[in-house]
Design a protein around this ligand. Structure first.
Ligand code: UD1
Length: 306
């Protein structure tokens, strides 16, 4: 099969591209290197089954060129920062929402049968009911979350109107190699590992008892490929289905790296969600998604990468 990965040089997109090539598919990496990096895909591009189109999802003509003859699109390209979306809602709106409509229209116009869209657990907001189920009413609390929620609605409408299948995957806290350690917006795991390996203290906002549903990027790849190959549309959580607090997380990082660093506790971050965990029963039942990587395994591979 021939697949296009928008944002294919980014953190998650590059892992999807790699997974597809490993499964014997042909991959077109579509990226404008806004946050994606050449070094994430250099190895892939050296092989015969991956190619690169440098372009933006705001340019429909380039999208159509990339999508010609494709069997499916993995749409990962986005501005992935909540604070950036709060500072400049219009920029995030353009890229994440207008960009998604462009991707869906180009897919429709090129006769592509399937689009898998990277959505986010951010669409749930911070209501206390747990675990988060796909049937819960979205409650976006940032412009970023609005774009992901509306993107899901567009996917649903395109699958109803134009005879294509569209799946939205709500990623929970994804971690793994290539999550940019230099970004102020990178996840807590990347920050903990960066500081631990540098023998520097880690900062914990609040008491460290807040929990997240951390999912290793290789499980996210598995979910994407299952979503592409299952003859369905709809919205699915992509997570591990289990809850870990920050103190437990730090303990595993210490065990895996063999380095223990001091903790500096500071004020809880404004707007921080206390607990988050997904119900993955629907993804399990409909897509056959079963997370296969333990936290220890995922963290071990991530530490190795640094
Ligand atoms: C994630 C997203 C965020 C989105 C939210 C809603 C990432 C990086 N962030 O935030 O954009 O709005 O989901 O679904 O994926 N923490 C520390 N020390 C640190 C860094 C973080 O204690 O150095 C704490 C945070 O306050 C938070 C927890 O660790 O309580 C997780 O933080 P983070 O990895 O940023 O993810 P989310 O807050 O879940």
């Amino acid at each position: 099969m021939k697949y296009v990965v928008t944002g294919g040089a980014g953190f998650i997109g590059s892992h999807i591209a790699e997974g597809l090539v490993a499964n014997g598919h042909e991959v077109v990496i579509f990226d404008n290197f806004f946050s994606g990096k050449k070094e994430n895909v250099n190895d892939l591009l050296a092989g015969p089954n991956a190619s690169l189109i440098e372009g933006t999802i705001l340019d429909s003509a380039t999208l159509r060129k990339a999508f010609e003859g494709a069997d499916g699109i993995f749409h990962e390209a986005a501005i992935a920062s909540v604070p950036r979306s709060v500072a400049d809602p219009r920029e995030t709106h353009e890229v994440n929402l207008s960009g998604t409509v462009n991707v869906l229209m180009a897919a429709r116009d090129c006769g592509v049968k399937k689009v898998v869209f990277a959505s986010s657990a951010a669409v749930y907001g911070d209501k206390p009911e747990l675990p988060k189920r796909e049937s819960m009413m979205p409650d976006p609390l940032s412009p970023y979350a609005v774009t992901k929620s509306a993107g899901e609605n567009y996917c649903s409408v395109f699958s109803r109107l134009y005879g294509m299948q569209c799946v939205s995957l709500r990623y929970f806290n994804v971690f793994g190699p290539r999550q940019d350690p230099g970004s102020p917006y990178s996840g807590v795991i990347t920050k903990f590992i960066t500081n631990t390996l540098a023998h520097k203290p880690v900062t914990i906002f609040g008491d460290g008892k807040q929990t997240r549903d951390f999912v290793y990027v290789k499980d996210v790849v598995r979910a994407n490929i299952l979503a592409m190959e299952s003859p369905v549309s709809g919205v699915y959580n992509v997570a591990s289905g289990s809850q870990l607090d920050l103190m437990e997380l730090l303990e595993i990082v210490a065990n895996v790296s063999g380095i223990r660093v001091p903790v500096e506790f500071v004020q809880p971050a404004a707007g921080d969600v206390r607990h988050s965990v997904a119900d993955i029963a629907v993804a399990q039942e409909i897509l056959g998604y079963v997370p296969g990587c333990s936290m220890r395994e995922g963290l071990g591979e991530t530490v190795q990468w640094f």
